[in-house]
Design a protein around this ligand. Structure first.
Ligand code: RIB
Length: 305
């Protein structure tokens, strides 16, 4: 029987978001139009996406012993996420992401800070917690060695692993072997396919394509699920929404196709509000959205050449 217990091991950031009409070149100053601080971090975003869809979510990570850290922990708890395994550290500041939004698209600089304190030892300490879950969500904003350790422990305890390879870096085959699904965007997928010789890599790939939807591979076919036409306000966290939703759907026993289809709808809703997490929908909102008469979310397939 599938459980919906999901453990996320990853980053927790405060997003410092500036909206501007013009992005400054090096050496240039421009006037922006607004500034906000929003909870973010790929790990925390994916945890929130899953929790809003009624999953039982545990977060493993680290924040600084500072005001951002306290605010973010409080926020995660308010979302119903178990944060007893998020360690406040005193020698590093909470991670931040400096985000510039222009023309509905973003550029991001992440300063990991306390996220770098999610060491292999810290991950190992929570082996028992990991073992109690059905699915693990991983990204690449904590040290790579810790990601590998987490995947090893998940494998040991039969926990399904979804790796979102963002921000992209070359990954050892050892890690790619360990994970069940890898969810790159199109750019990350090209890099992954260039760098890896793994035989069954295609079967693990779920490629997110923004407004184009998602592609995955099944029985020698490349399948595509198209996305929905929505008013895009901010694409920050769209991939995280997809990953959180994909994990929830799989842990509820849905097929890959059903899980992708559900996650595409969640990703589409998430981009309609400013901030990585503010547009992430509840289960009721996704169901209402899917019940509307819409011309997309369709499946097509082509043979892999
Ligand atoms: O995926 C979006 C996230 O990337 C932002 O919330 C930011 O914190 C960066 O980690």
């Amino acid at each position: 029987m599938a459980s919906n217990k999901i453990v996320v091991i990853g980053s927790i950031n405060m997003d410092l978001v500036t909206q501007t009409q013009a992005v400054p070149r090096l050496g240039e100053t421009v006037l922006g139009t607004s500034f906000t601080t929003n909870p973010g971090g790929k790990g925390a975003n994916q945890a929130v996406a899953a929790a809003r869809l009624n999953a039982d979510v545990t977060m493993i990570g680290a924040v600084g012993n500072d005001s951002f850290g306290k605010e973010l922990l409080h926020h995660l708890q308010n979302q119903g996420i178990f944060t007893g395994n998020v360690e406040p550290v005193t020698h590093k500041e909470t991670g931040i992401a400096s985000i510039t939004i222009a023309n509905h698209d973003n550029s991001i600089i992440v300063v990991p800070g306390a996220n770098d304190c999610v060491t292999e030892e810290l991950v190992e300490k929570y082996e028992d917690v990991i073992a109690k879950n059905d699915t693990m969500l991983l990204q690449l904003e904590i040290p790579l060695k810790s990601v590998i350790k987490a995947a090893e422990l998940a494998k040991k305890h039969g926990v399904r692993v979804i790796l979102n390879p963002a921000p992209y870096q070359d990954l050892p085959e050892e890690l790619l072997q360990l994970v069940d699904y890898i969810t790159p965007n199109e750019y990350e997928a090209v890099e992954l396919l260039k760098a890896s010789n793994l035989k069954n890599l295609h079967e693990k790939l779920i490629i997110t394509k923004g407004a184009e939807g998602v592609s995955f591979y099944e029985n020698g076919l490349e399948k595509n699920i198209s996305s929905y036409k929505v008013e895009v306000v901010d694409t920050t966290g769209a991939g995280d929404s997809f990953n959180g939703a994909f994990a929830v759907a799989l842990s509820e026993g849905k097929t890959i196709e059903e899980a992708c289809s559900f996650a595409v709808a969640v990703g589409a809703l998430a981009v309609t509000k400013l901030g990585a997490q503010s547009g992430m929908p509840t289960r009721e909102q996704v169901e209402a959205f899917l019940n509307e008469d819409k011309p997309s979310g369709n499946m097509s397939s082509t043979k892999i050449q």
